[in-house]
Design a binder for this molecule. Structure first.
Ligand SMILES: NC(=O)C1=CN([C@@H]2O[C@H](COP(=O)(O)OP(=O)(O)OC[C@H]3O[C@@H](n4cnc5c(N)ncnc54)[C@H](OP(=O)(O)O)[C@@H]3O)[C@@H](O)[C@H]2O)C=CC1
Ligand SMILES: O=C1O[C@H](COP(=O)(O)O)[C@@H](O)[C@H](O)[C@H]1O
Length: 490
């Protein structure tokens, strides 16, 4: 999976170039990749959106975005100027065939015809097919072209299929890069390293030794400026269907034959297809959904979701699902998948709880060993093991812990996930992107829950903003003999 060298020259055409994602993530990611020498001098970035802007005006916005969103230690005035020389802008409604496609052609024609082109759709997915059709109509899709699709790929199985079908009319599957920025997180890739590069984990990675796995992505933010999108989505569609099911797949997959894209994606899709269905009538007992109400964060009062939204809503801001992977390796091991907005703290982590030792030597004082894989922040791992309690008169045990960091050995910052992914698309390297069958298998598994929730077949719980979640979630996990990480003794 190592692709650290400079790419071939490319033209990156971003649809949605004035949007939040482009400003906050995509442009800073490309700048950082120029900084570390992965972007060649000939590369260009061509922003497009409907807003009528000159190239100079767009460059000014880009400069502001870099100023606002780059970490201080990465800002370099001379490098920013070099980056801005690569930036172009075309005012264009991607969905309209009678718009400024000639202007885009004029910019693209400045490059050799065999230049790699990446079309990045950082817009609503309803636009993907129309943009693809126009790119085709005006002859922009060359054999060296790829398209990057931002999430969400649909809101259910049918809409995901329609989006995939729509784009597939114009691009081959090997040209389509469906982004899931969690896969670009270096620490998520560490799940593969920890599991398969270390016999001490590889040997015990099964139901025989593992009692449960919990996967959490909690955030302190609310819905911020994205309420219009979020209220039509909710926590399950926004985080579980994509990011957290990908993390689950990496935790549960069989060893791939190698680290080539299709080997890893085959292994992951096999997990998604082996997820035990949760039929609608079981949704109330196998899931928890909740909304935050007013609370406190860092000592300051914060409003509830409905107050922020300004209207009534049945959209969940917190979701938990209990998943079982029906393969011999994972026989009856619960995987708890949880996500929350306005939680106590921002943390994405995987907690692997091992079964207690079968040895009767230590009576009841032996606790479960536990592996904590911290995806963010404070990226690293912790291992809690039984050791002798030196203060006890008899042979009592206590948890001793060891930890390690995932940080680069040279002390540099861990790259943002978009950095790796945007250039992997240039390289035509799809291992960290989602294949069509993965997206559709993930939707198929969550769909009965979405339907049951929409039909109010499961109650909506509530939690105070700034708390870990509703009391119902504590009771829920206890029904299978587990506890959330924050409720564990250490
Ligand atoms: N923001 C985030 O953190 C994340 C966003 N995403 C996804 O990325 C996509 C973009 O999100 P975000 O940047 O937040 O959205 P914004 O609403 O901020 O930006 C949307 C962009 O699309 C452009 N646009 C809209 N209609 C057209 C059109 N017909 N032709 C060309 N451009 C058009 C808008 O510009 P204009 O109005 O000038 O045309 C704008 O640049 C969404 O699908 C979102 O779900 C995914 C993960 C995280
Ligand atoms: O895709 C999304 O992810 C972010 C959380 O990403 P992270 O890298 O900060 O964990 C989430 O805030 C957003 O709602 C969702 O669309």
């Amino acid at each position: 999976m190592a692709h650290s060298q400079q790419t071939a020259p490319f033209d990156y055409v971003i649809f949605g170039a004035t949007g939040d994602l482009t400003m906050r993530k995509l442009l800073p990611a490309l700048y950082n990749q120029l900084r570390v020498g992965h972007v060649p001098e000939e590369a260009r970035i061509i922003g497009t959106a409907r807003s009528s802007l000159s190239r100079e005006e767009y460059i000014t916005r880009t400069r502001e975005a870099l100023e606002n969103f780059l970490p201080a230690q990465h800002k370099d005035a001379a490098l920013i100027d070099r980056f801005l020389k690569k930036v172009h802008y075309v005012t264009l409604d991607g969905t309209k065939s009678d718009h400024n496609w000639d202007d885009l052609k004029a910019v693209l024609d400045q490059s050799p015809t065999d230049r790699i082109r990446v079309f990045y759709y950082s817009t609503a997915p309803q636009l993907f097919e129309a943009i693809s059709e126009n790119l085709h109509r005006f002859g922009f899709i060359t054999p060296q072209s790829r398209v990057v699709l931002e999430k969400p790929i649909g809101t259910d199985s049918a809409s995901a299929r329609a989006i995939n079908d729509g784009v597939s009319r114009f691009f081959e599957e090997n040209q389509i890069f469906r982004i899931d920025h969690y896969l670009g997180k270096e620490t998520v890739q560490d799940i593969i390293a920890l599991r398969f590069a270390n016999p001490i984990f590889n040997a015990v990675w099964s139901a025989e030794h593992i009692q449960s796995i919990q996967i959490t992505a909690a955030e302190t933010v609310g819905v911020e400026g994205r309420a219009a999108y979020y209220d039509t989505s909710g926590a399950l569609r926004d985080m579980i269907q994509n990011h957290l099911l990908q993390v689950l797949s990496l935790c549960a997959m069989e060893a791939p034959a190698d680290l080539e894209a299709d080997s890893v994606r085959d292994a992951k899709v096999n997990v998604l297809k082996a997820l035990r269905p949760i039929p609608e009538e079981k949704v109330a007992s196998e899931t928890v959904r909740a909304q935050y109400v007013k609370g406190e964060m860092k000592g300051k009062p914060v409003p509830g979701y409905l107050e922020e939204l300004g209207e009534d809503s049945h959209t969940e801001t917190y979701a938990v699902m209990r998943a079982y992977v029906d393969t011999p390796r994972w026989k009856d091991v619960p995987f708890y998948i949880r996500t929350a907005k306005r939680s106590t703290k921002k943390v994405s982590e995987v907690i692997v709880t091992f079964r207690k030792s079968a040895s009767s030597l230590f009576g009841k004082s032996a606790a479960s060993d536990r592996l904590v894989i911290r995806l963010q922040p404070d990226e690293g791992f912790g291992l809690a093991l039984n050791v002798k309690n030196p203060a006890a008169a008899g042979f009592d045990l206590q948890h001793g812990s060891m930890s390690g960091k995932f940080a680069p050995a040279d002390g540099s910052l861990i790259p943002d996930s978009y950095e790796r992914l945007m250039l992997d698309a240039v390289r035509g390297y799809p291992a960290l992107f989602i294949r069509r069958d993965e997206v559709e298998a993930a939707w198929a598994w969550v769909e009965p829950t979405l339907k049951a929730w929409a039909a109010n077949k499961a109650p909506m719980a509530h939690y105070a903003a700034g708390s870990y979640g509703p009391e119902e979630a504590r009771r829920f996990i206890a029904t299978t003999g587990d506890a959330w990480h924050e409720d564990m003794a250490d």
